[in-house]
Design a protein around this ligand. Structure first.
Ligand code: MLT
Length: 408
């Protein structure tokens, strides 16, 4: 008799975004004339930058010619992209990386979900609450938790509440943890961490032989020069942190797919009998066993972002989204909402009014304004009473959404 991985049965409901999609589809079916504006899932709407399109067209044409055709590439990604990443995203910020420390992939959702495989099941994980659900669900699937309690929190996982009361910056855990997931700029709260905050976590990890899994998928939206773009800007971080970066939001690759993960060679973990092991080698083994490399066409497109034209064109798109974020922030503030984030991140996190729950607010916005957002409680118990709006949409739609909300 074939049995299942029973850890999957511990998972609650569906994954957040498909669940929202289901509710929106049901509403649209019952209200076919409703002009629904989606500020829910953080999915980009602008077309790709011309320099990126041109590079991908060229890469397609190369596939038409025996002399330039590419079959399997290196599992870790092409050198042309790895070198461009190191030069532009790290060296200019004072961070030196060895090319063998960068692993190109097809997405940060997969990488942040898969990375836990290389660590023991007896590790205790800590997540901020609210949190990007992938970090939690993948650990539950692997068996690093017990069942969920009434508040939706899984037994055995350490939750670090992030609310307006602590400025969305969690305290260090008061028990020993081994794996700490941090996401900055933060999804969902849109808040950022300064260097001192990151240093606090790096020091904790160093002192406790823990590892930080640092998701920096939104770093390109940082405009404040004092905010680090990489955890490696903090001294000693290479010994304790893995960093995840994505091309999805910055160059609009949510559909095309390309991302990368940095696993420094200095990063160590231990066998249960205390033998030191380089994590880079483990991830390399896992990556080259289970992955055959990101599409050569995606990688050509991603590399074009680092050309002068690519950077200039992409900056205009990011400015457009951050212009939306400003409109959302200012509008919601003027309607009397307490709002957070949205200045160095494409997400605005708001406090619902009059004790309304996150899902009640979701329903209100959907049914009365035909605007879709994401209920804060979907990201964790501490997100209850909060709501996330994404800045990824056309400015005219964002303006229209704000106008409708103003009339509620
Ligand atoms: C989000 O809306 O939180 C993101 O788009 C989800 C993702 O990047 O997977």
């Amino acid at each position: 008799m074939i049995t299942i991985n029973e850890n999957f049965l511990k998972l609650q409901a569906g994954y957040l975004f498909p669940e929202i999609g289901r509710r929106v589809s049901a509403f649209a079916k019952d209200n076919p004339d409703a002009d629904i504006i989606k500020l829910g899932i953080g999915d980009v709407t602008e077309p790709l930058a011309p320099a990126i399109i041109e590079a991908m067209h060229k890469a397609v044409d190369e596939q038409a010619n025996a002399g330039t055709f590419k079959g399997y590439g290196p599992e870790q990604g092409y050198g042309f992209l790895v070198d461009a990443i190191i030069e532009n995203d790290f060296r200019r910020r004072g961070v030196e990386l060895d090319p063998a420390e960068v692993f190109i992939s097809d997405g940060s959702k997969c990488d942040t979900g898969n990375i836990q495989e290389i660590f023991g099941l007896d590790n205790t994980i800590a997540v901020t609450d609210p949190v990007y659900p992938v970090y939690v669900d993948t650990n539950v699937m692997a068996g690093r938790s017990g069942g969920a309690g009434e508040d939706g929190r899984y037994e055995g996982i350490v939750y670090l509440p992030c609310t307006a009361e602590n400025n969305f910056s969690p305290d260090l855990p008061d028990q020993m943890v081994d794996i700490i997931y941090l996401c900055y700029p933060n999804n969902p709260t849109g808040t950022v961490a300064d260097k001192a905050t990151l240093k606090k976590w790096v020091n904790y990890a160093r002192a406790n032989k823990a590892i930080i899994l640092f998701d920096a998928a939104y770093e390109a939206f940082i405009s404040d020069d004092t905010i680090p773009h990489s955890i490696y800007e903090v001294e000693g971080a290479k010994e304790v942190a893995i960093e995840f970066r994505s091309f999805s939001k910055v160059i609009g690759f949510t559909g095309v797919r390309c991302a990368f993960t940095v696993v420094p060679k200095a990063l160590k973990a231990w066998t249960t009998d205390g033998k030191e092991i380089a994590v880079n080698g483990l991830w390399n083994r896992r990556h080259s066993t289970k992955f055959n490399g990101a599409s050569c066409i995606s990688q050509a497109g991603a590399a074009a972002y680092y050309t002068p034209e690519g950077k200039e064109q992409v900056k205009k798109i990011i400015d457009l989204y951050m212009g939306n974020a400003k409109v959302i922030r200012e509008s919601l503030s003027s309607f009397g909402y307490d709002i957070y984030g949205g200045t160095n991140a494409p997400y605005i996190w708001l406090h619902t009014k009059d004790g309304m729950s996150s899902w009640e607010f979701f329903d209100l916005l959907l049914t009365k304004a035909n605007v879709v957002g994401t209920p804060g409680s979907g990201f964790g118990a501490s997100g209850e009473g909060y709501f996330r709006l994404s800045a990824f949409n056309d400015p005219s739609k964002v303006a229209e959404a704000m106008d409708r909300i103003s009339k509620l």
